[in-house]
Design a protein around this ligand. Structure first.
Ligand code: CAA
Length: 379
């Protein structure tokens, strides 16, 4: 695959890998152990223009295309899953603005995002996870403004981000066709955050509830037409589920490298454990899975960039395939390291815990299969 993509992407990979190795990897263990935000990573990404590299150049960003963004996220995830959620969430939060925002809205928010004011995405609720359209957070029109009331759950980087794309029901009688998207700011009166969730993995990335207590915002915060929010939310996920595939790819690559190095060093029965065919087969399977997931993920990224009609299928397929692969690869990496894999002296147990979430968020892998099955005719 490496030779199939243009040289510019490979030099981007080299530079992000160097940055991640030097400025993000040294803190990955501590960030996980202390369940603290990876501020060092956020600072390094900002300084390198990688905090939200996907933002078009006209709004101050790097204009990284979908494949470049995948490579950035993949390389950060190779050393620290939590840190890779910074560029991933910033893309997720701001794609609705990029798709449906007015020029004024883009001019107002995108340069601030590039400078380091994060952008989160508020779709899920306590009783509306896979069934996202069942949301009950409401936005009621009041003259020229809207009043938002309700709460959102499992919001990545909640509290750290300054801006939030919020999906709210503006006409409950219309179900998914009665949902509208808005931009809410952290400083808006009535916005508050719940306790940090105590998670199995991705422990450095804050996950909190976001509460909206009669939050008044002007109509100029509305994204797109009234009632178009659910379609916009789904269209957004078509572009961003690929970034979760990228995370999974990076996590798996990191675990594979640790397992391979260990297998060459670790001596048992008088020789490196790499010399045993049982271990060789595991490493070969890992490499094969990673290569296949990388091909599918990069293909999906190209489809995202070109807006091809089978994007919905490929986005879901890449997310599902890469994250299932990452779960298997990280579990096998722990197995290769044996007792050393099960303790936190080596990063593979963290990678295994992180991989699990990638099978769950941005739509469970069961939802991805529903999405794929509904889009078979697009192929
Ligand atoms: N593009 C554009 N419009 C779309 C669309 C798409 N991909 N998918 C659906 N729509 C629109 C259509 O207009 C559709 O109406 P029509 O029937 O007229 O075409 C309308 O939305 C309703 O679509 P569905 O009937 O498919 O809706 P549904 O209620 O059956 O739900 C679902 C489908 C796929 C299960 C969806 O609810 C879903 O994706 N659920 C999972 C939610 C999810 O992924 N949450 C992730 C939260 S974000 C997160 O996790 C991020 C993080 O922390 C990092």
């Amino acid at each position: 695959m490496e030779s199939l993509i243009a040289e510019e992407y490979e030099s981007l990979r080299e530079s992000v890998r160097a940055l991640a190795t030097k400025k993000i990897a040294p803190f990955a263990h501590e960030v996980d152990e202390q369940a603290r935000f990876p501020q060092e990573a956020a600072d390094a990404l900002k300084a390198a223009g990688l905090f939200a590299a996907h933002v078009p150049a006209e709004f101050g960003g790097d204009g990284a295309d979908a494949l470049a963004t995948v490579i950035i996220i993949e390389e950060v995830a190779r050393v620290c899953g939590s840190s890779s959620l910074i560029p991933a969430v910033n893309k997720l939060g701001s794609v609705p603005l990029l798709i449906a925002g007015t020029t004024d809205q883009k001019k107002k928010y995108l340069p601030l995002l590039v400078k380091g004011q994060g952008f989160s995405y508020c779709l899920s609720e306590s009783a509306a996870g896979s069934d996202a359209a069942a949301m009950t957070t409401k936005a009621v029109k009041d003259g020229d403004s809207w009043v938002i009331t309700g709460s959102k759950k499992w919001i990545s980087n909640a509290g750290e981000s300054e801006f939030y794309t919020v999906l709210a029901s503006t006409d409950p009688s219309k179900g998914s066709k009665g949902i509208t998207a808005f931009i809410v700011e952290k400083s808006d009166t009535g916005v508050s955050f719940g306790a940090h969730e105590k998670k199995m993995g991705f422990r450095g990335s804050p996950t909190r509830e976001v509460y909206f207590d009669s939050v008044h915002i002007n109509d100029d915060r509305r994204l797109g037409e009234v009632g178009s929010g659910f379609a916009l939310a789904m269209q957004t996920l078509d572009h961003t589920r690929i970034t979760i595939a990228a995370q999974a790819l990076g996590i798996a690559q990191g675990a594979f490298e640790v397992a391979t190095a260990y297998a060459h060093e670790r001596q048992q029965f008088g020789k490196p454990i790499f010399d045993f065919q049982g271990v060789q087969f595991m490493l070969a399977d890992m490499a094969m899975g990673i290569a296949a997931a990388r091909a599918l993920t990069y293909q999906a990224a190209v489809k995202s960039e070109r807006g091809e009609k089978d994007l919905t299928f490929f986005s879901a397929a890449s997310k599902c395939f890469a994250t299932d692969m990452a779960m298997k690869v990280t579990t096998d990496a722990v197995q290769v390291l044996g007792g050393y894999g099960y303790v936190s002296d080596f990063p593979v147990e963290r990678m295994m815990r992180d991989a699990k979430l990638t099978q769950i968020y941005e739509g469970t892998n069961q939802v991805q299969r529903v999405v794929m099955a509904r889009h078979l005719d697009d192929l």
